[in-house]
Design a protein. Sequence first.
Length: 253
Amino acid sequence: MNKKLLPYLLLLLALFMGALYYTKTIQSPLLSSLNSIKIFYHTVTQNIQNSIDKHFFQAQEIADLKEKLQKCKNNHLIIKQLTADLNNIYQENNVTLAVDPRSELVRTISYEKFGNFNRLWLDVPEYNSSKIYGLVYKNTVAGIVIPKNGKALALLNNDIKSTYAVYIGKTKAPGIVHGNNAKNLIASFIPAWFTIHIGDEVTTSGLDNLFFQGIKVGKILSISKSQGYQKAVIEPYYKSNSPSYFHLIRSLR
C-alpha cells in the first residue's frame, strides 16, 4: 500500500515545487513571509550583538574610569600629606601661617539672561555672599564668582567685569586681566620695564586672593604700550561653552 502511494506523493511534491517556483500567487506571499522572518532574525541578532558590544565597552570604560579615579585619589592623598607636612614645618618653626587650600565642584543652574552667555547662576552650597571667588574649568581659569541678590553669579572670562591678577611669561610680569565681551581677553597695567613677548603664557598670580598661583589663563597674541604701561591681548584657554560644572576656589590658605 505504502509503495503504491510513494510515486503519487513524489509526483504531488514535484507539482507543488514547480507551482511554487513558477507561480507568483504562491511565491510572493511565501517569500514575503520568509523575508520578514529573515529581517526579524537579523534585527534580533544585531540588537544582541550591539548589547554585547555595549556591555563590554561600558565594562572597559568603567574599568578605565576606576583606574583614573584611583590615580586622582592617590594624588589627592599625596597632596594632603604634603600639606600636612608643610603645616608641621610651620608649627615646628613657630610660623603662624597655615596652609589649607580648598576648592569644590559647583553646578551651573542657568544663564542670568537669555542672550548673555558670559553670566551664569551657580548652585553653591553654603555660599558666602560677602566674598568673591575664583572659578576654574579643567585646570584653566573660567572667570570669577560674585554675589548678586544673595546668590552666586559666575562672570565668565569674556565678561567685562571679570577681572583678576596674573603673571606673564618667564619674567612674571604682573598685570590685571579682564574681559571685553569679545573672543579674547585684555591684560592691562603691565609695567613697561618688564619684557614680555607674543606667545608668552599667562597664569594667575594668586595675589588677588581669588586663585591659586599658576593656573593657566591663555597666551599673548599682541602687545601695545601706552602711558608707561603695556597692554596685551590674550587668547584664553577656556572657551565659553557653558559646561555643567566648575571648580570654585573656596580658600587659598
